[in-house]
Design a protein around this ligand. Sequence first.
Ligand code: HEC
Ligand code: HEC
Length: 257
Amino acid sequence: MISHKQYLIFIFLLPILFFNSISARELKSGSEYLTPATREMQNDDFANPGMTAVEEGRVEFHRAGVNDKTCATCHGENGSKFNLKKIASYPIYNKEYEKPFTLQEQVNFCGEEYLDNVPYVYDCTDLVEIEAFVRYLARGEKVNVDITGPLKPFYEKGKKLYNTRFGQMNMACAVCHDQFAGQRLRGQVLSQGHSNGFPLYRLGSGKMTSLHGRLEECFRSFRAEPFDKGSDELINLELYLHSRGNGLSIETPAVRY
Ligand code: HEC
Ligand code: HEC
């Protein structure tokens, strides 16, 4: 016999289980949870405040490095020679380093290797702006990260982290962004927690937020000690998040609260 309490818990969980079975099939970009006015702002380059960072990134892209070459020397004026599908496939596996390479790491590698520049600190403003510029060029491309090959073990680590409970509140990413996606938390609607809009502009802070910056915020929101930006843990998590959103369009620079 099940007790009255067990019965109530079951009844309470039923809509969540049902909701889950729907959301598991349907990928929803964070922009689908915005008000129509904010979505319009995101889609209009003249109104989107994140375009300032994109333009700063464009300036960096054309700035002469120590050896007087620029990024455009190889990738074309305004990045015209980029393979946009390739950009949408990051993080990729780097054979030399035997690890996943995020777009920021690729930019840093190119700067050091081909321009003789001193590498940027991971996630610093300049690097986030260059990333925003590069991803903006690939806007509309479908995220397509290949996790079937050598990235598989890194993907598994990221996935495990996503489902691990941490911190004083004993929360996991999956609790908020899988189980409770679509529901309200402290006045905000929880999205599925996708990465296709990053780097993005936050109306609340008036600043750009990188993916690792957002992850730091999420860790703090459930009172867990965040991992360092650019750490193996966050890079594995980034890999998991991007591949989990395979098929969504890149929307950089997205606009959020
Ligand atoms: C001397 C030529 C050269 C310069 C200069 C250069 N890169 Fe690259 N870049 C490459 C090559 C080659 C690859 C392909 C790497 C690979 O396939 O593993 C690449 C790959 C990339 C990618 C991944 C997308 C793609 O098309 O493969 C990005 C993004 C990128 N570079 C950004 C930059 C930025 C930003 C700068 C300036 C800081 C820069 N690069 C400077 C040669 C260059
Ligand atoms: C206590 C609930 C909670 C937990 C747990 C949580 N987040 Fe979030 N997260 C939020 C809220 C609130 C937002 C802002 C609204 C939204 O997009 O869901 C957010 C936003 C995000 C976004 C940005 C989505 C977008 O489109 O702008 C990503 C990515 C994300 N979270 C990933 C994670 C990851 C990875 C973890 C685990 C380390 C995590 N979150 C844990 C509450 C949470």
